[in-house]
Ligand binder design. Structure first.
Ligand SMILES: [Zn+2]
Length: 361
């Protein structure tokens, strides 16, 4: 049995667990990953294959795209992202992003682009000009949406963050706004660009509140959600009674797409002090395998089985909110929802075909 660590607190054998889960109802398309590095991409592919994940739409760092394409071939399609690491963030998210979108579209066939609108974006930029340049309903975003429409691309966006972060991190409401306020510019853009398909990552940023998500989906036909950010989804979706979650998935069948948010990097294969961009999450090839496998194990176990027990993935948000009760190795309850096969098939494969794949033809 593997040694317990943050990505496998229960000491599971993820290869054996994959066998026990068996083939999914249909090969799974993971619409939300960040695959980088040739060797890490191969390790991701091994974990993915074992859990029945056949391909992914990846937000890869541009410089890594050739290595990922070589390693994964048809198993990877690309999503355009800005150069998050750039010194000049304002440029990277405005003119620089326009240039990159054209490269992603022309050289790498990307037909989706990402707007990362987490409240902490404000921390990277000092002056009000930069903050305005980045607003989801600001002039630069409108320019980019118009470019996306010209190029036949859809848009993925990250809105808000977990409730836990609004409790513990974004306490300065004058700087970050409330969670509800994060959705105001999104709803304006959904209304003003009804011909554009939008995919809101991480269950639209609100797995805590299914009524809110139903309202959003009801008001905007051009919006879909992905299930990515495994720790967050396991912690919050597990809390909803099965009947309620099943009713939600039934009602919005076709508009909920499977995603994991796995970050794969060659930095995961070696020990290093670098903790930038999730580099510190693993320190050897076997840890990298367990890191990637744990996400597919946890999501499939929650969606497909009646498991009730601890999640095998440590969730630092627990200690962030309640430091007296939890520590860094604490993990939340994972409550299996035994979703019926027709819901699984739609989420794993059919919905992504209708919403996303048609842009990539
Ligand atoms: Zn992501």
């Amino acid at each position: 049995m593997p040694e317990p660590w943050a990505q496998n607190t229960l000491g599971l054998d993820y290869r054996a667990e994959a066998e026990l889960l068996g083939e999914p109802t249909e090969p799974i398309i993971d619409v939300h990953t960040h695959i980088n590095g040739g060797r890490a991409a191969e390790i991701w592919a091994d974990a993915a294959s074992r859990f029945g994940v056949s391909m992914t739409y990846t937000q890869t760092v541009l410089e890594e795209a050739p290595a990922v394409r070589d390693a994964l071939g048809d198993r990877a399609r690309f999503i355009a992202i800005p150069d998050y690491m750039a010194e000049d963030k304002k440029h990277a998210f405005t003119e620089g992003y326009v240039e990159r979108i054209k490269i992603w579209h022309g050289e790498y066939g990307a037909r989706m682009l990402k707007f990362w609108q987490a409240p902490r974006l404000r921390d990277y930029m000092e002056d009000q000009d930069a903050i305005d340049a980045l607003a989801l309903d600001g002039p630069w975003k409108r320019k980019i949406v118009e470019l996306a429409n010209e190029l036949g691309m859809m848009i993925m966006t990250h809105i808000a963050d977990p409730d836990t972060w609004f409790t513990a991190k974004y306490t300065d409401v004058s700087a970050y706004g409330t969670k509800a306020q994060q959705y105001e510019p999104l709803e304006r853009m959904l209304d003003e660009y009804p011909q554009t398909q939008w995919l809101a990552a991480h269950m639209g940023g609100y797995p805590e509140n299914l009524e809110f998500l139903s309202g959003l989906l009801e008001r905007h036909d051009n919006l879909s959600l992905d299930t990515s950010a495994c720790k967050w989804q396991v912690r919050e979706l597990s809390k909803h009674p099965r009947d309620k979650l099943l009713a939600f998935f039934n009602r919005w069948k076709g508009r909920i797409l499977f995603g994991s948010d796995i970050v794969a990097r060659d930095e995961h294969l070696v020990e290093s002090d670098d903790v930038q961009y999730a580099a510190g999450q693993a320190a050897c090839p076997e840890q990298a395998f367990e890191l990637y496998a744990s996400r597919y194990y946890a999501l499939r176990t929650m969606f497909e089985t009646d498991y009730e027990g601890k999640s095998p993935i440590a969730d630092p948000d627990l200690a962030m909110v309640e430091p007296d009760k939890f520590d860094e190795m604490s993990s939340p309850m994972l409550i299996g929802k035994s979703l019926p096969p027709e819901i699984l098939t739609d989420m794993y494969s059919h919905a992504v075909g209708r919403v996303v794949a048609r842009h990539y033809r």
